[in-house]
Design a protein around this ligand. Structure first.
Ligand code: NAD
Ligand code: TDX
Length: 340
């Protein structure tokens, strides 16, 4: 492996108390002892300081605040050499129930961070999703590449697409030094119980039946969150400025298969679940071609055995009830109101 092109020493990680952002903070803490991390997080329903409490100290500092707060950014950003932007409203179903916070955090928040990056000459990495490309048919051999046109379907994905376009414009017009990554569906420990895999695992643990939307044949391209973190670090330090990189680990699976895997590993009948109302506008299939990231930057995933990854994730939820139990009842009550 060649030397890193960019060697950040003092980075801001927004959303560093969420599922994926906190994994990245741990990744940097474990692998790059010379890097100081300032976590900026508003601690919404999705943020939990417990995710990073064990590593808070000289090398990881927490700032409780909102990315839309321009005055806070004026105080915080100078002296840092990069912003890695994870903070977002991240759940599609919530964006259908109430899009407004998605507009604010995902669009306005990105705008505020870009303005701060421009003002203080700080490098910026934008964490985004494959959902900006819309969906593919089940029988289409194609996968998303960096050249696929934007065609988002949901309020969530359209705000993420909007934020990506702002980043590109701030690069071209104002010369902000940036990279963008669009990753596929993440799984692993610390994911909120509103999301598909943790919802099903914790339903089973609570004696409730798992819930499958529609016909269950929608395909997601699963990647372990630790692989997402190593890819973001690779792009931040070795990626070419102004470029977009897709992140994926060849993990295409339909929801029915994933659910049956979970039920089987947990010792249940693979048909012991409820079919529920479909998500409006439900994307059929996502699939990532990560050739550019693999060839240009030499990144490879390490969690290539999905069954092993799922077993590890189930074990984590079994052993960390205190982490997820407080959010479970309210999350299920919300789904019940939606008929899901
Ligand atoms: P999450 O919902 O678990 O965490 C989001 C974090 O952002 C929380 O800690 C929350 O408190 C914080 N936050 C929200 N609004 C904020 C605001 N206004 N100011 C400061 N902090 C705020 O989300 P996640 O699943 O960890 O996703 C992180 C990022 O990765 C998002 O940008 C998401 O679009 C992207 N992404 C997620 C996936 C996935 O499968 N979950 C896949 C690809 C990309
Ligand atoms: O109870 C459920 N039953 C079900 O069948 C839930 C919560 C979901 N589903 C389906 C919908 C999707 O086809 O499972 C699939 C995955 O659903 P989510 O976990 O809500 O993820 P998704 O909508 O695919 O989006 C995720 O990946 C891309 C993240 O939440 C986004 O933040 C990311 O950008």
């Amino acid at each position: 492996m060649a030397e890193d092109f960019f060697s950040p020493r003092n980075i801001i990680v927004t959303g560093g108390c969420g599922f994926i952002g906190s994994n990245f903070v741990h990744y940097v803490y474990d692998n790059h002892p010379d890097v100081h991390v300032t976590v900026l997080d508003a601690l919404t329903y999705a943020g939990n300081l417990e995710n990073i409490r064990g590593i808070l100290g000289d090398r990881v500092e927490f700032v409780h605040g909102d990315i839309c707060d321009a005055e806070l950014l004026d105080r915080l950003v100078p002296g840092h050499d990069a912003i890695v932007h994870y903070a977002a409203e991240s759940h599609n179903d919530n964006s259908i129930a109430n899009p407004e916070p998605f507009l604010r955090t995902n669009v306005e928040g990105t705008y505020r961070l870009l303005e701060a990056a421009r003002k203080y000459g700080v490098r910026y990495h934008h964490v985004s999703t494959d959902e900006v490309y819309g969906d593919l048919a089940l029988d289409d051999p194609a996968r998303f590449t960096e050249e696929t046109p934007y065609r988002p379907s949901s309020p969530y994905s359209s705000t993420k697409a909007s934020s990506d376009l702002l980043v590109r414009a701030w690069h071209r017009t104002f010369g902000v030094r940036m990279t963008i990554s669009n990753c596929s569906n993440n799984y692993g420990p610390f994911q909120h119980v509103e999301k598909f895999i943790p919802r099903q695992i914790t339903n089973i643990l609570e004696g409730q039946r798992p819930k499958l939307y529609g016909d269950g044949l929608n395909v997601r391209d699963w990647i372990h969150t630790e692989d997402h973190s190593s890819a973001v670090w690779t792009i931040l330090t070795r990626g070419r400025l102004g470029e977009t990189y897709l992140i994926g680990a060849d993990g295409e699976r339909n929801n029915l298969t994933v659910l049956r895997d979970i039920l089987t590993v947990m010792g249940r009948d693979p048909d012991d679940f409820d079919w529920v109302k479909d998500r409006p506008g439900h994307d059929r299939r996502y699939a990532i071609d990560a050739t550019k990231l693999r060839r240009e930057l030499g990144w490879t995933p390490s969690h290539t055995d999905f069954q092993a990854g799922i077993r590890g994730t189930i074990d984590w939820y079994v052993n960390n009830r205190a982490w997820w139990e407080p959010a479970k009842a309210a999350t299920e009550a919300k789904y019940k109101r939606q008929g899901q």
